[in-house]
Design a protein around this ligand. Structure first.
Ligand code: AMP
Length: 121
């Protein structure tokens, strides 16, 4: 599978589509999900062109991998859901068909602000 440059998150990264930005650095962009499933529902995406977590694990540099994981923590702190500033949260990545992934650019969902509940329906 090749990366689709026309996916919605690629357009957000290029600034062609607006987003409600939470945080940005050299490695990640974070913004609020357009259709929040919980009180807080943020997305954290790497800036590089990676389709999903497997693609990222295989091709991303060590700096990019560290940048994404650190980015999740920075965003959680900013949203006051991290363990030190809040009550915790759920980080989730859907991967491909069985994972229910709709947008083919790697993203982590961060759910928080309330109890998230059952892990899998
Ligand atoms: P997934 O099913 O894991 O691929 O999740 C894709 C997520 O992207 C869904 O939660 C959508 O609500 C969200 N989404 C789609 N378009 C946008 C957008 N333009 N801005 C913010 N979030 C979006």
């Amino acid at each position: 599978m090749t990366y689709d440059d026309n996916n919605i998150f690629a357009k957000i990264l290029r600034g062609e589509i607006p987003c409600k930005k939470i945080y940005e650095d050299n490695f990640v962009l974070s913004f609020h999900d357009i259709n929040p499933q919980k009180k807080i529902h943020a997305l954290v995406i790497p800036k590089g062109k990676y389709i999903d977590l497997d693609d990222f694990s295989e091709k991303a540099s060590s700096d990019e991998i560290v940048g994404l994981i650190k980015g999740i923590n920075i965003v959680a702190k900013k949203l006051k859901i991290s363990v030190d500033t809040g009550k915790g949260y759920r980080a989730l990545a859907n991967i491909n068909e069985h994972g229910g992934q709709e947008v083919p650019h790697l993203h982590f969902h961060l759910f928080g602000g309330e109890k998230i509940g059952k892990m899998v329906e």
